[in-house]
Design a protein around this ligand. Sequence first.
Ligand code: DMJ
Length: 581
Amino acid sequence: MARTRSSSSIRWRYLNPAYYLKRPKRLALLFMAFVFVSFFVWDRQTLVREHEEELSKLKEEIERLQNGLGELKNEDGFSVKNTNTPTKRIDLTKMDGYTPDPIETQRREKVKDAMVHAWSSYEKYAWGHDELQPQSKNGVDSFGGLGATLIDSLDTLYIMGLDDEFQRARDWVANTLDFNKNYDASVFETTIRVVGGLLSAYDLSGDNVFLEKAKDIADRLLPAWNTPSGIPYNIINLAHGNAHNPGWTGGDSILADSGTEQLEFIALSQRTGDSKYQQKVENVILELNKTFPADGLLPIYINPHRGTTSHSTITFGAMGDSFYEYLLKVWIQGNKTEEVKLYREMWETSMKGLLSLVRKTAPSSFTYISEKIGNSLIDKMDELACFAPGMIALGSSGYGPTESTKFLNLAEELAWTCYNFYQSTPTKLAGENYFFHSGQDMTVGTSWNILRPETVESLFYLWRLTGNKTYQDWGWNIFQAFEKNSRVEAGYVGLKDVNTGVKDNMMQSFFLAETLKYLYLLFSPPSVISLDEWVFNTEAHPIKIVPRLGLGASSNYKQHKQQPSMGNRVRGRREGRFGGN
Ligand code: DMJ
């Protein structure tokens, strides 16, 4: 017994602190053992953590490679973009070596605050409706109840990193949005805001729900193109599919309303692999090209039965504007290839026509784009036409050096005029249109301001393309005028009169889609939505440039070449301009 007791107490002696305290060597050994074990445990944990990080990187890489493989061709030879290719989160702190100065960063944050104010007011008072009336604090369904502001805002929220807001909007699109409405919708407005907004959200986030919804609404719009000429009717019932033109056009289709769906419908075909969308909209351009005039300027009314224009105004403002914009942008969307050279040719022709409309004011020599009826020039310019400086700057690099400089200079002169549309009023906000009388420079005609984006859109392009920070300063001044005159407790409103500052009661959806987005990008590094990778639709929704394969203007274009038409006047002169036939 005594032996057993003594051997057990020897075994347990290591647990007795006195055993170590008596001998410093033992204490040192114990301490070293403790350090060794701790290090071992820490080392294992670090290894596990590193392993997990490696694994997640590998998973990301596999996803990326799978998405790469998703660039498949379907049976039609169409490029089908994989549905799950989200744009990486935008990190504004380090951008390809670009260092934003502190003023730029502060300004960008102020614009983001404005978006938060506009969006939170919409969420609070008009959720799911088309637009917010900030003074009466309610929603209105100006576009048939399609959540126009919500859809128009998706990409702006995404780009600004307003993730929770984006998620709530995404869930509404997934769970509540319903296009089956017995409503006569504008084909143009629905395309640029809803199809464009959804496609952009899809390209940015990779979330398939946006593509499904874009397809749903586009399918409802598609019967509008079933006319004898292929020029669409501009209004269609979303539930029943019957289409017509507004009564006030005398049965005609409107140029801008008929020629501003190409970007969205081509993008939809690329992403779904279904060529029907692209076919319908490209056919419109081919039809217009048959009788395209030598100056490339089309009157705003087109007969949808004959496909020809009628005697009406020629303008880069209301009802004409975005037709010219899309000629250039489809060329960019199509990677400026042979396949889409017809678009560039038509655009260059129209730019010659635009030059014939350019005049200068007296006494201050502001350059403006006049309008035309028959052979008479009208000394009037819409603020809407202030998108043109940006378009001209964007297209200028496609010319040789001399023409390129000429057009860039013109763009800069026009932007100065548009900026002065703002600077010349007491509120520093532009009116809807201007008249130019000799000796008086510019005079406001229609004096409302409805938060339009065109001038800041052009400032954005000019800043991106010239790097001249003056354009940022001009944009900042315009932003401050909006803050001063248009910001109210529940959002932003337009002005009934830019001379008096009296407010209206409407926050237009394009204020969130365009005005605030272009301002935000004006103060962001140029690689945020790079112009090399994205093309903006006319509602400022960035559409990713993806390879264009298969059918397109060129296959039809080749057939047209064999059957000479009036349009060949344009093509003949410029054959071979884009390298090869
Ligand atoms: C927007 O809906 C689009 O920019 C369109 O092309 C013209 N009008 C408004 C903005 O002013």
